[in-house]
Design a protein around this ligand. Sequence first.
Ligand SMILES: Cc1cc2nc3c(=O)[nH]c(=O)nc-3n(C[C@H](O)[C@H](O)[C@H](O)COP(=O)(O)OP(=O)(O)OC[C@H]3O[C@@H](n4cnc5c(N)ncnc54)[C@H](O)[C@@H]3O)c2cc1C
Length: 1007
Amino acid sequence: MTAVQNEIERRGSRIFELVDKHPQPLFSKAGLYQRLMALSMRDEQFKVQLFRFVDVLPSLRHSREIIGHLNEYFSDDGFGPFVGTGIRLARIVPWVSGPILRWNVSGMAHQFIAGKNSDDVIKTLRKRRSQKIGFTVDLLGEAVVSEADADEYAARYLDLLEKLARETKNWTDPLGKNSELFPVVNLSVKISALYSQINPADPADAIAHLAPKLRPLLRRAREVGAFINFDMESYAHKNTTLELFKTIFREEEFKNWPHAGIVIQAYLRDSEADLRDLIEWGRKRGTRFAVRLVKGAYWDYETTKSLQNGWDCPVYFQKPESDANFETLTRLLLENESIVTAAFGSHNIRSIAHAQAFADELGLDPSRFEFQLLYGMAGPIKRALVEMGYRVREYCPVGELLPGMAYLVRRLLENTSNEGFLRAKFAENVSAKELLRDPTELIKPAVAGIGDPGGSASADGKNSTSLDIASADVYRNSPLVNFAYKDSQEKMQGALREVRKRFGEKYPLVIGGEKVWTDQLTPSVNPSAPDEIVGYGSEAGIPEAERAVKAAREAFGKWSRTPFEERAHLLERAADIMERRRYELSAVEVFEVGKPWNEADGDIREAIDFCRFYAQQMRRLGRPKLTQRVPGEDSYHHYWPRGVTFVIAPWNFPIAILCGMASAGVVTGNTVIMKPSEQSIVCGAMLMQVFEEAGVPSGVLNFLSGHGSVIGAHLVDHKDVDLIAFTGSREVGLKIWESAGITRPGQRELKRVICEMGGKNAMIVDSDADVGEAVGYSIYSAFGFQGQKCSALSRLILLQDNYDRVMERLIPAAASLRVGNPEEPGIMVGPVIDEAAYRRILDYIEVGKSEATLAYQAKDLPPQGYFIPPTIFTDVKPNMRIAREEIFGPVLSVLKVRDLDEALEVANGSDYALTGGFFSRSPANIERVKAQLEAGNVYINRSCTGAIVGRHPFGGFKMSGSGTKAGGEDYLLNFLVPRVVTENTTRHGFAPEETPEYRDEFLPPQQ
Ligand SMILES: Cc1cc2nc3c(=O)[nH]c(=O)nc-3n(C[C@H](O)[C@H](O)[C@H](O)COP(=O)(O)OP(=O)(O)OC[C@H]3O[C@@H](n4cnc5c(N)ncnc54)[C@H](O)[C@@H]3O)c2cc1C
């Protein structure tokens, strides 16, 4: 054992001795809380239900609601006699049990919350002072969804600072040494509480808004001799927080002020680089600053989020890795003590003992750094540290119960986590020797697939071409670009610059592998700046349409007989090319259709996914499969392509939808004529380039830009077109549907139509919903990409109980949105597509004004471009035009209803059935809505937009579509004709024993 490990063990054992001298349970409060925690640690299902119940309780106003939820969450009798008795009692005397329960959960929350407000908290702080424990105070609050919320927060911080400064004027340093490094008043600030529109892609905007809100607080802190710490939150905000810190404390006014600190999270893989960078920054600045080192409070969130988005996970996967990194960073901090004051935020005695031992080795006086621990937890450790002569500060959250819930739930999770130190020590009595082990010895060698979002699928080979897998489940989506990285931001900026240089270029038609130029050119304009022409598309007329059909028909013979493996490879090559050209293609979308950065990237990602997913699906469908195993007879079910496919795509997902329909056609062995929307010709031309580079044979994919009313109508009616794949408006969709039903002379096949149309999507907000979440997601669903997604929210249905609470936050949230040119990184609402759309939406707004109440309309809009102000109408009734007709713009109708019955009636009382959503924390209501909401895609407690290929097969019914699901396992079947070939294999009573499950393809005959 090394000398350092020896010393750590010696010190750790001493802390354990002191801790055990005053035995105390894990948490300072005993009784119900202890028992609930013990049960949670034993039973994972109970833990989930308990946390969910704790989360919803503060929003329930009546005893009957509380009892109702209690029943729903704990109806399963497996939850032990203690809870069972409580529920039975509650059923008998609800008016008593409701308040008692609320009181008990309040008690739980108060275990971790030091006071309701600044007056309340001061009592706690005084008590701690007598125990020689300092404080840092943090303000709890609900998620900030508007600038009104953020301003209120900033004012509360200032008020808290004033009161604390006044009340603690005469307090002295508990150690009486080096007190100039550790002001008595210490405030912890969360930057996400101060600006509602932080976008990781745009740190400069965040800093521009945050700095003015912070300066008055910092100024005042400096005047009253207080300390301000920037807490660290989720990874998405990390770079912005660091950048903000470095920017503001380099300003003339603050550059000599030493009482600023920031948090570094050791669970992050890039934390060492960040800390080194901060230290270097501090040395250049020349003034001392502070760092609180923690492991990090968002481990579950970060791993889930990165798994969902296919991102490299920013946190370590093994707990000892975080512990070991904490020690590395501890050493780095203490070695640089001349410029940075260290605070160690941990309850882990090994981590604490290591810091003590290393400080000792460096000869640092214990009064020159501090240990910070959370209020309400690990009391004996705090006491032990004080007794050993160390500086201890407690992190004291202040706030109301409701806003405090998120914090409470995080603490509950942490304290009952399997891997946590506190649980091991206080609940499981793991030995001191075990708990003091060197974490580097506990790190297991990396195993592919463990915890690695990418690893698991490939490690077990499931993501291969095996035929019998539940393929959507193992399909691995292309990751979204993570714009939190500077590198991604720079690449996007670079792509925008490059694409701008190509403005005005001309793009040909592609027919039978030849580039075809026509006399007529259609300009495609930038909707943010209509005098800018992004590019010109050659305009096809009837002769070109005829040529395209001929080319496609000629190519069909060979392509339909090309093995599916080859066709699948073509799609995979196209996907790889789009991956390579990802930023460029996104930039084209920003200019041509006004997509914000992340929406444009989402579109390219979807196109890539369509290609790879359909390639995988084709492999599953391609080989003829035995229907039943019966002796003496083989029957193989298999598919043939239909023929010539005409793809008509919209502009709102200009590459993804075009690519989805065209790639499905191509991979199934059909030949395709693709017509992009007139408003997104350049995007269409880009997709054609991608397929050409991927090696699509002549005539298999033809690119025909032109007017829908001319070539569209001609090709829909054409006898040689066998299949039409359309996504667009209801008006055009219905015409196509009807027209395709007519059989023309010489027509060989019944035309198949895939018809995806619009929506009038509803979101219901239940009376117990999390209002912050419901508002945040509703705003995004209604106004993201200017409301121009067919999945966008247009009817927000609020239960009357919750109406005021939601509206109070909805309007300010809409008023805080960033509307502008989406070339800027953090814009959420850009221009609508063109002048016609602009006029039509404005007309609808006039209709709305005459029918309902205009509750909100944005004012400051860019002077040029097709910008429509985000608009909200209230007092909307189900029969009004704005509640029935698709507007396809940033206009939201709010409908108030009595109860969930009426909400469902209103939601379902629409011609459309595309997407629908529900916000609720009632398990019973959630189940009911899952079953009864009429929509092709039902989303619970999340936005109703953003379907992901394979994960959320997308498409609606009623007047929203013919019931197909893009990105689903059954989508390709729409492009295929099923066949079954049966052979009697018996000869004179003798039948072969073995019949293979799959056989080679029955390729269609040569045409
Ligand atoms: C005073 C104070 C201030 C704080 N401020 C912040 C802050 O600003 N931002 C913030 O994010 N957190 C903050 N925290 C919370 C802190 O991050 C957690 O309390 C802390 O992570 C618990 O660590 P520990 O050393 O006490 O316990 P331990 O039990 O030793 O560590 C638990 C931690 O290990 C990490 N972990 C768990 N499982 C794994 C795994 N499988 N792989 C890798 N790592 C894993 C997680 O970070 C987890 O929280 C603060 C804590 C304190 C005490």
